[in-house]
Ligand binder design. Structure first.
Ligand code: HEC
Length: 138
């Protein structure tokens, strides 16, 4: 009796583990995301100082943290429900992105990454956000 219970428990645990790994694999790795010329040529017009990063962080907490997590690791409270991994902003790949590419991905978006052209219309605010995101991969 006892061993059967043990067997069922182990089988259940193994089953849950397999299902859990499956959901992890299901979240797709990012596909290529080329930057159109117009954005690739953009220059950051706001100096990245403590004030700008703080302004960016406030916007981040309001609009972005729920999916990306407080440090941009892709672990926000909504992240598990996404089909696409939101990215890891501490990674070498993210660090290597030019400002214009970060801007393009942030405000134009694609798929599960929303478009923020309307909700964050101010150019200066947008660069504050870029400066904040950059500060995460230093
Ligand atoms: C609803 C969840 C969600 C919210 C809210 C969200 N994002 Fe995203 N974001 C994503 C997903 C999912 C991706 C990956 C999209 C893809 O690769 O197709 C992404 C990708 C990105 C990328 C590109 C990352 C990389 O490694 O290339 C940047 C930059 C970004 N988001 C910035 C922002 C900013 C800035 C905000 C807030 C203004 C924000 N996101 C809000 C889900 C979200």
């Amino acid at each position: 009796m006892k061993s059967r219970f043990l067997f069922t428990s182990i089988a259940f645990l193994l089953g849950s583990f397999v299902l859990f790994s499956f959901t992890l694999v299901q979240q797709q790795k990012a596909k290529e995301w080329p930057t159109p010329d117009k954005y690739a040529k953009m220059k950051n017009s706001v100096k990245s100082d403590a004030k700008s990063i703080a302004a960016g962080k406030a916007l981040w907490n309001k609009y972005c943290k729920s999916c990306h997590g407080s440090k941009g690791l892709g672990d926000g409270t909504k992240a598990a429900g996404l089909k696409t991994f939101p990215g890891n902003f501490a990674s070498k790949e993210f660090k290597a992105l030019p400002d214009g590419a970060v801007y393009y991905r942030s405000f134009i978006g694609r798929g599960e990454m929303p478009n923020y052209e309307k909700s964050i219309p101010d150019e200066e605010d947008r660069w504050h956000l870029v400066n904040f995101m950059r500060s995460l991969s230093k």
